[in-house]
Write a protein that binds this ligand. Sequence first.
Ligand SMILES: [Zn+2]
Length: 266
Amino acid sequence: MQATFLWLLSSAATAGQLTTNQYGAELHWEDDYVPFQLNPGGKHGLDHDEIESVVIEAAEQWRGIDGSWLELSYEGRTEAETYTSGDGVHAVFFVDEWTDNPDLLALTYTYSYEDGAISHFDIAINTDGHKWTTKGSEDSNDLLNALVHEFGHAVGLDHSSDTEASMFSQTSVGEVTKRDLAEDDVLTYASLYDGYFPYPEASMGCSTSGSSNGNGSSVSGPTGAGGGAYSPFDSSAGCSLVGGSGQMVALFAGLLVAFRRRTEDS
Ligand SMILES: [Zn+2]
């Protein structure tokens, strides 16, 4: 009954936060099966097979939480390399020419319906001026460390003020402490998915879509999906940037959230 115990614990106060969309709804998955793919390409110098192992291991951290019904499932490699919901591929990919804040090591883009149900995510890793390692090298950013954090965003978590948490927003070169979920991460996750457990039958029919980030620079929305309104979202709510002091100069994951309205499936 460990699982039950976990869910009961979830009412305890945590430092972790949940991501809410502009309608105030908590981001969450309603589908229990969440596939994702990897595009290992890029100028990172890493072995593609080792990247693949790391990506799978990162997702497993969340998938493996006792009592969780959310099945993050690796479905092989993809050529996808953009954060768009239009391709239908939940992709992890590397960006050699990063156009966002150069201090950001990675970004998770999450799309949700008005009620908070997540419809899509993509994870971008910044290789533009940032060194990465799959083996915990002290002079590089640890890929597993980063991806555990990013997958946390992909399942609906926001940053935690708990410095031990994988969802703590800051990191430093060589850090590996986010590789394993802290109690705070698990409790925050449980507090979210307890509310959707057992999961309701999902009706994911949608006809409109759009996206925008909070910086005013537009992001291409999916096309051909019915002309949805573009909804601006203050991305600063997802990630506060703190830089320059000591080694804690790098940040994980700003969060860019775009919204798709849920409509009745015809
Ligand atoms: Zn983050």
